[in-house]
Design a protein around this ligand. Structure first.
Ligand code: 9MR
Length: 372
């Protein structure tokens, strides 16, 4: 019996040492690599941040953010609905916290977003008079861009003003102000925040028809003598269907216009969906067939995801002279908006870190692109 007890004890000790050393290895593997360090000479590496992260209420997320990212975009809290809820009421609380977080941790903040048809406060949607709407538009940009003029690095001045065929989206801004509203937004932002970089941001603007519309829109701003510094390609793509050729062509064409090119909301989703893009108004009813991996991602899909991310970063590195930033739309899979869109309550896996904040195979492939 004592012999058996001893054997058990020895086994326990061996197991404890092994577990401990695996833990140490995991921690040191985590410690060793860092996205922002690996790509330091190539482009900035960003993440979207939600409220809990901005308020540092999520310690694990905070550790990952500090280790891997040197740029960040507030996922929601600088949108008009939150920052400007009523005609003469602004709520800068969380935006100020985000700015302070960036300053404290040497993370450059991209403001998102001044003018967007979605997440508009109800009062703005209901303004009927053109003059009043123009006053709202002007006050909003002056006040918000003005407040952060020396504190944030860049603004997505206008977000998603285009349809898939490259025509202007029939938004409340278009109907009240006409199609010059984009140029006017950039003119106001440039005056309110002269040192902040100013970008136009959209999804699917790597697709040929929408890209042509985007180029025409930006040319209009440039021809008016108004400053625009760059274009954001959001990068909401689908595993196995990442449009590499269109992305490369877009990087080349946008850069040829003198613009900085950036990938602003990158994620690669793995769940079934019958359309591309990121129009938040498109919704699909819940159905178990649309949520095939509630308990984990099969290896084959995990590998495909890793390969897509690898190919994407190889492409980014090939054009690193034109690309200034790559921002992921979230820190880890659990936080992603894609768990609730276009179908609510699914289990999606679109980012480089899993629900426990462990790096996924895609993470290692991305890091590995620098060694090839
Ligand atoms: O990720 C954001 C999600 O939390 C919000 O519910 C959603 C509401 O409109 O907006 C998401 O972010 C969007 C971004 O602001 C603009 N491009 C598309 C993004 C995904 O919908």
């Amino acid at each position: 019996m004592p012999y058996n007890n001893n054997k058990t004890l020895v086994r326990c000790i061996v197991l404890a040492i092994a577990t401990c050393s695996m833990g140490t290895q995991w921690v040191s593997a985590q410690k060793k690599t860092s996205l922002k360090k690996v790509f330091a000479k190539d482009f900035g590496i960003g993440t979207a941040m939600n409220t809990a992260q901005i308020e540092e209420r999520d310690a694990k997320a905070n550790a990952v953010i500090l280790q891997h990212f040197n740029m960040a975009t507030p996922e929601n809290i600088m949108k008009a609905e939150i920052i400007h809820p009523q005609w003469d009421v602004y709520n800068f609380d969380l935006a100020d916290k985000m700015v302070a977080y960036g300053k404290k941790n040497k993370i450059k903040i991209n403001g998102h977003t001044l003018i967007w048809h979605s997440q508009l406060p109800a009062f703005a949607r209901n303004i009927r008079s053109v003059d009043s709407f123009r006053t709202f538009f002007t006050n909003h940009i002056n006040t918000v861009a003005g407040r952060y003029k020396d504190q944030i690095f860049s603004w997505d001045v206008v977000n998603e003003a285009l349809n898939e065929d490259g025509t202007m989206r029939r938004s409340v801004f278009l109907s009240r102000l006409g199609d010059n509203f984009v140029t006017e937004a950039f003119r106001l932002a440039a005056a309110a925040a002269p040192k902040t970089e100013l970008y136009y941001n959209d999804y699917n603007n790597e697709q040929p028809a929408k890209r042509a519309g985007c180029i025409a829109l930006i040319k209009k701003i440039q021809d008016a003598g108004v400053r625009i510094d760059g274009v954001g390609i959001q990068g909401h793509w689908h595993v196995g269907k990442v449009p590499f050729k269109d992305i490369e062509e877009s990087i080349i064409q946008y850069a040829a216009m003198g613009l900085k090119v950036m990938f602003t909301e990158l994620d690669i989703e793995v769940l079934p969906r019958s359309f591309q893009g990121a129009d938040v108004n498109q919704r699909v009813a819940s159905n178990p067939a649309l949520n095939p991996y509630p308990n984990g991602l099969p290896d084959s899909v995990q590998q495909q995801l890793a390969n897509d991310y690898e190919a994407l970063f190889k492409l980014f590195l090939k054009h690193k002279d034109k690309i200034t930033r790559v921002t992921f739309w979230g820190v880890n899979d659990g936080q992603s908006w894609l768990n609730d869109w276009p179908v609510r309550g699914r289990t999606n896996y679109p980012l480089l870190f899993d629900r426990e904040f462990n790096p996924k195979p895609a993470y290692y492939k991305v890091i590995g692109t620098k060694n090839k």
